[in-house]
Design a protein. Structure first.
Length: 257
């Protein structure tokens, strides 16, 4: 796979730049453990940076077993960074000026976060009336923002900032645990489920549902803006013959189990 120039992946975020805090992740944990009167209470006066650079996966050869990796579905949707600050949500995606105009329902994600000034990395989906991710509905929303067919959903897979603190240098295992405490899950806003070590088992379940790829994230690696250097892999699958119906979001989340 040809890797993109990381400089082309920097995405603007509204607001003034704040002081860097690369070693301030402990403050995020403390803030999330402190009861707050509302979910949107700011844990820190620090603001998010103006630019955020998403991590880009490397293409792997295929499924494998390794206790150092966590395996999950490759979600069939649009990769976005979701930034929440001051009760407002901003969706950041390559080559799209303002994805939130097409998905205003996702502004409610701010109400699901345990602290303000938080950035999630995940996938935006559009579900049909039966709860199945639908690529045609996603394309329609992106092409015609005034159209409101389908129900948006967001699956969070990683965490860059929490309570204003940069947690990207922490191991993925720590970021994942913090993400699970940060986001209050609903039927349409979830933390991606996965299994450590058992890549081939996860691959078999996803192939049976007709999915064409899976994700592998190295548990001990930091979040790297630009090429992941092996911290995140996209692994191709050999899907079974397409099922009569596409799998639902809930079934993919359970890995078919």
């Amino acid at each position: 796979m040809t890797e993109q120039d990381p400089r082309q992946l920097e995405l603007p975020f509204p607001g003034e730049p704040g002081p860097a805090a690369p070693n301030d992740a402990g403050r995020a944990v403390a803030a999330l453990q402190t009861p707050a009167p509302t979910a949107l209470q700011a844990a820190s006066p620090q603001r998010l940076p103006r630019r955020l650079r998403p991590m880009q996966p490397l293409l792997g050869a295929g499924p494998f077993d390794d206790p150092g990796y966590r395996f999950e579905p490759w979600w069939p949707g649009l990769r976005v960074l979701l930034a929440a600050e001051g009760g407002r949500v901003r969706l950041l995606a390559e080559q799209l000026a303002d994805p939130l105009a097409s998905f205003p329902e996702l502004a409610r994600v701010a109400e699901l976060l345990q602290a303000d000034a938080t950035v999630l990395d995940g996938t935006l989906l559009v579900l049909d009336p039966d709860g199945r991710p639908d690529a045609d509905l996603l394309r329609e929303r992106l092409s015609y923002p005034e159209v409101r067919d389908g129900a948006p959903a967001f699956v969070a897979s990683d965490l860059l900032y929490a309570a204003g603190a940069n947690v990207s240098r922490r191991p993925f295992a720590d970021r994942l645990a913090l993400l699970e405490r940060t986001l209050h899950e609903t039927e349409w806003c979830l933390v991606a489920r996965g299994y450590p070590g058992e890549g081939r088992t996860v691959a078999a379940a996803l192939e049976a549902m007709g999915l064409q790829a899976m994700s592998a994230r190295h548990l001990a690696s930091p979040y790297r803006g630009g090429p992941s250097q092996g911290a995140w892999l996209r692994l191709p699958l050999v899907p079974a013959p397409p099922p009569m119906q596409r799998p639902t979001l809930a079934l993919i989340q359970r890995l078919g189990l």
